[in-house]
Write a protein that binds this ligand. Structure first.
Ligand code: ADP
Ligand code: MG
Length: 501
């Protein structure tokens, strides 16, 4: 169920010459389904293969070939719907969207216009003002097109059909997004959920997740009225196609809203159209207006029966769903006492979360979080390395924390130990033994060092007796004399006792 208790959004306000404006944004995200085979053929979806080496007769649009629905793709879309708390439609259907393009040999794309597989759901988005709910309108399955290559030869274009027929999920949001930052946060959260579910790899750079961004502008209050049932105050929207970077999505929205405001303040009207964003010039350009829009002549695909799915199968998929980001974050906060920020960082992806949990299990959670985030992630970042290539395992990092907790090493020595384990490997406890890094808690040895420092510095002793704040100097000297291995608490106590403080 949709939770409307979340706070109302903070809309971005742009001051125009005729007064304030706000923006309304809705996204259509295309996410490539993570599966081995295409939506209606058994051809492989492996990336990086020779062009046109993964093309079945169906993908090539050979006459008389019949599509066979890949159950794995349906399962992935249903799992995605469940992960977004959406309604799963037990009966859906496939439609043909007819158009001609060289990388679409069938002459139509199979999609789901009238009866999508997944209905209304939600994505919780964290923005600076708090948590917001962006409603999902629908998710449907469709085929991707191939790739046309125009820049390999001055006189020829090439077509690679390897991607033709690969399954896409189109995830359509309601126009609930109110600022460029929120649009980026929405895509980022959606991507995180898909990656947790394993239904899309979320690789935006390779176009495996891309967004069509719809933007309109209106006066303050119009969106709230729309939410209450009166859409009359909303503006006409323009759609910016095929965005595959969070940074460009934000820049394009900002630019597009300002462009529309300028037109409206000039007494003009907005024409509904499809635009393209040019990052080099930071502007959007018209691609086609609604009048020039294609008439796709959608109709139900006669080669495919309506899709009926068994509710028990949906229940099985629901029962096997992994823990999702919000739940994991809440659990990390509750079980390990983490701050909201630390919990967010550590649940960014499942690999980070699993690493942290392995370190934190049976140990101080806050301390484990600090070591994972500050020391390990910080060190990896410095080297440009990924967690997957971390030279320090959870067991090794846990071992370092155990040595601090048992009093065998000080926090300071632990940093040196971490560096040794990071660069040379090895068992932390064994390294402490073999290199004599163990903290000196033996009072006899510390006493000797304290007495020596006091005997060597009579003038300082006088000063410290007059001003106890100066006792810290002696602690520092003893730590130095013992190579940082003395237990600082023990040194402190002894110094105070010897100085009579
Ligand atoms: P259509 O039926 O013309 O495709 P939809 O209602 O399905 O239009 O909306 C397509 C996308 O545009 C959705 O993501 C939706 O949230 C968004 N959208 C709809 N109206 C607006 C608006 N006034 N401003 C911004 N985005 C909008
Ligand atoms: Mg639509």
């Amino acid at each position: 169920m949709l939770d409307l208790s979340a706070p109302a959004p903070k809309a971005k306000v742009i001051e125009g010459v005729t007064g304030p404006w706000e923006m309304v944004i809705g996204l259509e995200v295309h996410a490539q389904v993570a599966t081995n085979a295409k939506l209606f053929s058994g051809a492989s979806t492996q990336v990086g293969a020779e062009p046109n080496s993964q093309v079945s007769f169906i993908d090539a649009g050979m006459p008389g070939m019949l599509p066979v629905l890949n159950e794995g793709c349906v399962a992935q879309a249903v799992r995605t719907g469940l992960g977004l708390k959406a309604k799963i439609n037990l009966r859906s259907a496939f439609d043909r969207k007819n158009y001609f393009y060289p990388d679409l040999p069938q002459g139509y794309q199979i999609s789901q216009l009238f009866h999508p597989l997944v209905g209304e759901g939600e994505v919780r988005v964290e923005v600076s003002g708090g948590t917001r709910v962006v409603r999902i309108e629908r998710i449907h399955l469709e085929q991707d097109a191939g790739k046309s290559i125009h820049d390999m030869d001055p006189a020829m274009s090439f077509v690679d059909l390897n991607r033709t027929g690969v399954a896409l999920m189109e995830i359509v949001s309601r126009p609930d997004i109110r600022s460029p930052e929120e649009a980026a946060a929405y895509v980022s959260k959606l991507r995180q959920i898909l990656r947790y579910l394993g239904t899309c790899d979320g690789d935006m750079q390779h176009g495996n997740l891309r967004a069509d961004v719809n933007v309109s502008v209106c006066r303050p209050g119009a969106w709230e009225a729309f939410m209450a049932g009166d859409p009359s105050g909303l503006g006409t929207r323009c759609e910016i196609k095929n965005m595959n970077s969070l940074r460009f999505i934000q820049a394009a929205i900002e630019h597009e809203a300002r462009r529309q405001i300028a037109i409206l303040e000039d007494g003009g009207t907005i024409t509904q159209e499809t635009r393209l964003y040019d990052p080099a010039r930071d502007e959007t350009r018209s691609m086609r207006s609604k009048e020039e829009a294609h008439d796709y002549r959608y109709f139900p695909d006669p080669d495919l029966l309506p899709l009926e799915i068994d509710p028990a199968w949906v229940d099985d998929l629901a029962a096997a769903l992994p823990e999702l980001p919000d739940a994991k974050k809440a659990r990390f906060i509750a079980d390990f006492g983490l701050s909201d920020y630390d919990a967010s960082v550590l649940t960014a992806d499942t690999a980070d979360a699993a690493f942290f949990e392995a370190v934190a299990q049976g140990r101080d959670g806050k301390m484990a979080a600090n070591w994972v985030i500050n020391d390990l992630f910080g060190r990896l970042k410095k080297d440009g390395r990924e967690l997957a290539d971390s030279p320090v395992s959870p067991a090794q990092l846990g071992g370092i924390i155990d040595l601090i907790q048992s009093g065998d090493i000080s926090g300071k020595i632990a940093k040196d130990l971490f560096e040794i384990v990071y660069t040379e490997g090895g068992d932390p406890a064994a390294i402490v033994e073999s290199r004599g890094m163990r903290q000196v808690t033996d009072t006899g040895a510390i006493e000797a060092a304290v007495d020596q420092v006091i005997a060597d510095n009579p003038a300082q002793v006088e000063k410290a007796r007059a001003n106890p704040k100066l006792a810290g100097w002696f602690v520092g000297q003893v730590m130095k004399a013992t190579g940082g291995k003395a237990n600082p608490a023990a040194v402190n106590a002894l110094v105070n006792a010897r100085l009579g403080l």
